[in-house]
Design a protein around this ligand. Sequence first.
Ligand SMILES: C[S@@+](CC[C@H](N)C(=O)[O-])C[C@H]1O[C@@H](n2cnc3c(N)ncnc32)[C@H](O)[C@@H]1O
Length: 199
Amino acid sequence: MRKFAIVAVAAAALSALAVSQPAAADDKKDPEIKVPYVPTHEKVVTAMLKMAAVKEGDTVYDLGCGDGRIVITAVKEFKAKRGLGIDFNPDRLKDCEARMKEEKLTAAQIKQLTFKQGDVLKMTADDFKGVDVVTLYLLPDVNKRLKPILLEGLKPGARVVSHDFDMGEDWKEDKKEEIKTDRSYPHTVYLWTIKDKKK
Ligand SMILES: C[S@@+](CC[C@H](N)C(=O)[O-])C[C@H]1O[C@@H](n2cnc3c(N)ncnc32)[C@H](O)[C@@H]1O
């Protein structure tokens, strides 16, 4: 598989032609920008959650959740209290159900997880109240659009981690790490921590 970045550039160019349609975050219409599905390698999932210092009691959201692996791992291995995955594609939500079964989650862990269909670009700052960690494997354009929403909605100390794509030059990451896996290309994980808004 070629690096997601290459697919991403093509997708970004295509998305520029897409027609914007106003809709709620949880509606069933196609989103304005559809990021292609490339699951994050398990080793990178662990690196992302470690870098975000996910701990017992945290609430973790994955925007564009694919098969749900990031929030499932957050609940199962990192003891997060709650995981929410959002994806516009109903097939991905079926993948989430399948993965929860494969991972042999307990009934309690299943209760801690929510997967819902929706367009992440329709989310508002209010959607991020009480969220400790947001994970992203989207596209530069999408990250750029999400940035003001995340900055407004997330509380000080909340963390954002992104696989392979940064948030633009005006939001410099606090940490950046390269991860090697058995895939033919390296992965980069970025971390940002929300600062105290009064300062
Ligand atoms: C690169 S994959 C990442 C999947 C998962 N987060 C992971 O890291 O394994 C991007 C995912 O975002 C979903 N997606 C793309 N655009 C979206 C949008 N505007 N709103 C919601 N989900 C979207 C795709 O269906 C796909 O599953």
